[in-house]
Design a protein around this ligand. Structure first.
Ligand SMILES: [Zn+2]
Length: 798
């Protein structure tokens, strides 16, 4: 069934010089650009400042320190040698941080930064080949060619070379830089490159698709800014040439118009859906719309984390099956969250429905914002929803996509606040700001004042240049109507929240709603104040019962903010052993001094511990504290969970101390978190269970390795039980070739005298009995397989 999406509008595009560029179709609803929305207080202002003052300079310095700049210098022959950084897509980190810096300079001018960006652009231009080709990993012509790039240009594009991915980010950066500074330097480089692409790709030319999508979005932007239709045609070609004979991994196993479900690599996918929306808006293509409408429903109904994260599995950084939303092994890449915002903002511009902004807002305040630390210089790549303290923010990743993506995304947040369609003014997000907006009826200044997301009162002060009639469409968030997501994936336990009230100049208003918006049409005059009160209450969210990982659990949500329990706020720094009754009463309190100012939730709950020699759990009443999910992992590694058990069966009681758990673990691997996994007493579901911490020796193969327990005092021991980690057939670890247990006798290691044979089996504990010995230490020697590595989930000693 084809859906009608409302009439496309024709816009006259006027370029900077005032020339009429083209009669151009575009989104029926147009966003108010972030340059016109001046955020002046509240939640996002300090975050955007940290991005401008800390993250952007930090990422620029990291790009320099990690060879990104040298790649361009070497391609430009301005630096000797042929050393390159690790990945052929590393060029994009420079492009993305230029985009972020350009955006930040639009908000606040910064001559020093402007000059440095000019220097970088000079180097990028020098690295560009004569015909426009720009890809440092080939131009440097290193003696040892990177295995991803192929012998000839574009040869490996459909697989791994990322030549077109780099181009896409270049175009986005170029348009941003041009719009921010008016300088054409980077734009000219981008146009030269895009012209090469239009000469190279197309029907009757090279008929190949991008291995990693984004060039479609970049080309659409280039088309908008130049009015040159060949860029739009190329974007459409790159979509149409996709499938059906490629891989699901990069959405090339079907033609794009035949795709109905989200599959494969989540960032690639969401960039593609965004590109399809752009091309649909710019051409009127209904088939693209039909496809992305269905895919959107698939994601929202079955594949969306409560945090707005997408892409559940680390295997292929991909969407999982329907309802496959594991928490501890959640992938939910930061880039995928950013892509999800891009995609949903486009869906809104096409359809004018608030449900897309509901998803956008959920992602923004939770699974996207969690990607950067409060300090602005530590990052998450995957954004898990549960941790045994094995997760920690990093200063940098060799694949730095998420970091540079954050720099460019954050300054653009104000661009999601408002949109307009002729005489309809949409208010989508609640952020204190002042903005001048041009409607058909004339210019309107709007001042928004709010303490959202902590408080639900929003004042909209409207100042039309002259009294005039237009329609204000104020989004009523789904969560305020007990509908946290558009589909049935998540529901609130309390279905009766307080009503949303709206008043005009202090007088209560009876309002109509349409597509999730309160629709207010009237003759507006200077100084009119619309006040909306949203019921910000602590809600308990329940997941669809088909989501196995969330059975017998709930999550706290207040307004748009999803909460988690984290170690530092809870007794013994443990949270995985906590249960909170479904009916528990909770309190909320704003703590300005905590984690840069957060609203904290407390409730009464229980924690449980195992005891020695009995199956009886030791349960203790305790106060339980929850903090906003985005703010976790800013106080060092710790346990964390978003989904809180309300049944004891769903919690993980704290284990009783054992010889192993009180031992000091060491081994031929030095990673402390991996060594901690050895005796953390949490059993995996099977050998391939990657949701629990485990120890592994990958990428080592065919070597002899060891782990060792030094006991807290001499113990008499006679049994060893080991659970191997084996992630075959896809991963690099298998059960070992052999292993052997030794005990410490004086200064010597002596093999134990076994009374049962050594067994090496998957998915179970391998128990070995031996003649009792009194000792202070045990050692396990492990022989790795000839062509694989090995890992250990757990090693018990009795
Ligand atoms: Zn990323």
């Amino acid at each position: 069934m084809l859906k009608k999406i409302g009439s496309f509008v024709f816009l006259c595009l006027i370029c900077r010089t005032g020339n009429l560029l083209a009669q151009q179709k575009d989104y029926p609803i147009q966003p108010i650009p972030f340059t016109q929305v001046h955020v002046n207080a509240g939640f996002w202002k300090p975050k955007m400042e940290v991005n401008a003052n800390v993250t952007i300079p930090y990422v620029l310095a990291q790009c320099k320190a990690n060879g990104r700049v040298d790649n361009f210098l070497r391609a430009a022959k301005l630096l000797g040698g042929d050393k390159l950084s690790e990945f052929p897509f590393d060029d994009t980190d420079i492009y993305k941080v230029i985009e972020g810096a350009s955006y930040a300079m639009q908000v606040k001018s910064n001559p020093k930064l402007d000059k440095y960006i000019d220097t970088l652009i000079g180097i990028i231009g020098a690295a560009q080949e004569k015909d426009g080709y720009l890809y440092t990993f080939r131009t440097v012509n290193a003696k040892k060619t990177h295995e991803w790039i192929g012998a000839k240009r574009w040869q490996n594009e459909e697989i791994l070379s990322h030549e077109l991915y780099n181009a896409g980010h270049l175009y986005e950066a170029a348009v941003a830089h041009y719009q921010a500074t008016g300088k054409r330097t980077l734009l000219n480089i981008a146009i030269k490159n895009a012209d090469l692409l239009t000469r190279t790709f197309g029907y009757g030319k090279i008929e190949e698709y991008p291995g990693h999508q984004i060039v479609e979005i970049g080309l659409a932007k280039l088309y908008r800014v130049t009015g040159n239709k060949k860029y739009l045609d190329l974007a459409k070609f790159f979509l149409d040439v996709r499938g059906p004979k490629g891989e699901a991994y990069n959405q090339a196993d079907k033609r794009v118009v035949d795709q109905h479900e989200a599959e494969g690599h989540a960032v690639r996918a969401a960039y593609m859906y965004t590109g399809m929306a752009d091309v649909a808006a710019l051409t009127g293509n209904q088939q693209y719309l039909h496809a992305i409408d269905e895919i959107w429903k698939d994601v929202v109904d079955k594949k969306l984390y409560i945090t707005g994260g997408i892409g559940a599995t680390n295997a292929g950084e991909a969407f999982g099956d329907a309802y496959q939303l594991p928490n501890m092994s959640a992938y939910a890449e930061t880039c995928a969250a950013i892509a999800n915002v891009y995609w949903n903002s486009r869906m809104f511009l096409l359809h004018g429905d608030a449900k897309y902004i509901d998803i956008l807002e959920r992602t923004l305040y939770n699974g996207l914002l969690s990607g950067v630390s409060l300090s602005g210089n530590r990052f998450f790549y995957p954004n898990v929803l549960s941790s045994m303290s094995q997760n920690q923010r990093s200063a940098w990743f060799s694949c730095a996509c998420c970091i540079s993506n954050m720099t460019r995304f954050l300054p653009s947040v104000p661009g999601y606040v408002y949109a307009h369609d002729k005489n309809d003014l949409y208010v989508n997000l609640f952020i204190s700001n002042s903005s001048d907006i041009m409607l058909t009826a004339g210019k309107v200044n709007i001042i928004q004042t709010t303490d959202y997301p902590w408080k639900g009162k929003i004042d909209l002060n409207l100042n039309p240049a002259k009294s005039s009639s237009f329609t204000l469409r104020v989004r009523i968030p789904g969560w305020a109507l007990a509908k946290p997501v558009p589909g049935g994936l998540y529901t609130f336990m309390d279905q009766n929240p307080a009503p949303v009230t709206i008043s005009i100049n202090g007088k209560p208003l009876v309002y109509q709603t349409e597509k999730g918006y309160a629709v207010i049409t009237r003759k507006w005059k200077k100084g009119d104040v619309v006040t909306m009160n949203l019921p910000i209450e602590t809600q308990k969210v329940i997941a669809n019962k088909l989501v196995k990982a969330d059975v017998n659990r709930f999550a706290f949500q207040r307004g748009p903010i999803v909460y988690c329990l984290e170690g530092p706020d809870n007794r013994d720094s443990t949270v995985q052993n906590i249960t909170v009754n479904k009916m528990a009463v909770s309190n909320a309190l704003y703590k300005p001094e905590m984690l840069n100012g957060i609203e904290v939730i407390t409730a009464e709950g229980k924690s449980s511990k195992r005891q020695l020699n009995t199956d009886q759990l030791l349960e203790t009443d305790q106060s339980v504290t929850a903090i906003p999910y985005y703010a976790w992992a800013n106080r060092g590694p710790s346990e964390m969970t978003v989904w809180i058990p309300y049944e004891a069966s769903a919690s993980m009681p704290k284990p009783a101390p054992t010889i192993a758990s009180t031992s000091t673990a060491s081994g031929s691997i030095k990673n402390k978190r991996m060594l901690k996994a050895l005796n953390d007493q949490y059993d995996p579901q099977d050998s391939k269970d990657a949701s629990m911490p485990y120890l592994h020796w990958w990428p080592k193969q065919n070597t002899s390795e060891f782990v060792q327990y030094d006991f807290d005092k001499p113990h008499t021991v006679s049994e060893s039980k080991v659970y191997w980690f084996d992630d075959g057939p896809w991963g690099g670890c298998r059960i070992p070739a052999s292993y052997k247990i030794f005990y410490k006798k004086g200064d010597e290691w002596v093999p134990v005298k076994t009374t049962t044979p050594y067994t090496i089996a998957k998915d179970t504990y391998n128990t070995l009995s031996f003649e009792p010995v009194e000792t202070t230490a045990l050692k396990m020697e492990v022989q790795l397989p000839a062509d694989n590595s090995t890992g250990i989930h757990e090693w018990e000693v009795r």
